[in-house]
Design a protein around this ligand. Structure first.
Ligand SMILES: C[S@@+](CC[C@H](N)C(=O)[O-])C[C@H]1O[C@@H](n2cnc3c(N)ncnc32)[C@H](O)[C@@H]1O
Ligand code: SF4
Ligand code: SF4
Length: 280
């Protein structure tokens, strides 16, 4: 059942004030809220849609407002979008605030700029991105300074133990076996391997990696019909998932639902893995 929670908060050309427009809803089945605290990054991953987005940090006042409107239910709040969250100058304040409102903080980091003590103290669990153990390959794909990243990861494990760390990898066709062996050797047992996103918003950066010719839509998006998350982009716009990057094409959660129910692909969802079947 939906209950009113927060209005879309969008920055307009009104001297920097936050204006509130459309009423939005929050489904009581939702257990995960993701907040894009920044689009700025010190890496340049070739597959990252964020590198083409306007580069800025979320306004602290907007972050506070989103938190203040979250319903009083058990929620994980992940501070992460298409940028490196730890680069936000108020990142640690934001993590503390998540805890103060009774939610569980989470984030995914590129592990280049990690504060070991604060991470250990404030995060029950944390995600670290790692795609390869080859230093040259890491440089080539834009994940710079791999020895430093691995050094930080190993310090993190020493401080908080391996069971609180989740490794996230993008599968873009690279060999993954050595990485799997390394992760196991560290005592980490959660390794999430995500196939590279074929959605148009992302795949324009790597058209050569994907063959969409045998793509068919099935229209059954879990994020719409069994919602478990809400995503707030860096401007405070609430969306049903983390995959909509061309937000000019996005109307509303209800609009996406109505179109999918009519077997029409909303412009903001073209090519999304969630609603496609691929045949070899
Ligand atoms: C966008 S990043 C933001 C957090 C942080 N900068 C990092 O890289 O861990 C969050 C996760 O999304 C993954 N990701 C980014 N672009 C992707 C794509 N095109 N397909 C699949 N996963 C992607 C990243 O590898 C990372 O694990
Ligand atoms: S480290 Fe994260 S935010 Fe930065 S370019 Fe890579 S995927 Fe994007
Ligand atoms: S972009 Fe994908 S996951 Fe998001 S609402 Fe559209 S189909 Fe669902």
């Amino acid at each position: 059942m939906d209950e009113p929670i927060v209005r879309h908060m969008q920055r307009e050309n009104d001297g920097g004030k936050l204006s509130r427009s459309f009423p939005a809803t929050f489904d009581s089945r939702i257990g995960f809220v993701q907040i894009e605290v920044t689009t700025i990054c010190n890496f340049a991953c070739f597959y990252c849609a964020g590198r083409e987005m306007p580069q800025h940090h979320m306004e602290p006042v907007l972050f506070d407002e989103i938190l203040a409107h979250l319903p009083a239910m058990r929620l994980t709040v992940s501070l992460q979008g298409e940028g490196e969250p730890t680069l936000h100058p108020r990142f640690w304040d934001m993590v503390k605030k998540v805890t103060m409102v009774g939610k569980h903080p989470y984030t995914i980091t590129n592990c280049s700029n990690i504060d070991i003590n604060q991470t250990t103290r404030l995060f029950p669990q944390i995600g670290v991105s790692l795609d390869t153990l080859e230093e040259d390959e890491a440089e080539r794909i834009g994940r710079f300074g791999l020895p430093g990243v691995l050094g930080n990861l190993e310090q993190l494990i020493a401080a908080m133990g391996p069971k609180r760390i989740i490794i996230h990898s993008v599968d873009y066709g690279q060999p993954l076996e050595a990485l799997r062996v390394y992760i196991q050797s560290l005592g980490i047992d959660r390794h999430v391997v995500q196939p590279i996103q074929p959605k148009a918003d992302y795949s324009k950066r790597y058209p050569e990696l994907l063959d969409n010719s045998n793509e068919r839509y099935h229209y059954r998006c879990r994020y719409i019909f069994q919602p478990s998350m809400r995503y707030f982009d860096v401007n405070g716009r609430m969306m049903p998932c983390y995959s909509i990057k061309g937000t000019d094409k996005y109307v509303s959660i209800e609009h996406v639902g109505t179109q999918l129910a009519q077997r029409v692909i909303p412009d903001c969802c073209v090519g999304c893995r969630e609603i496609t079947m691929r045949y070899a």
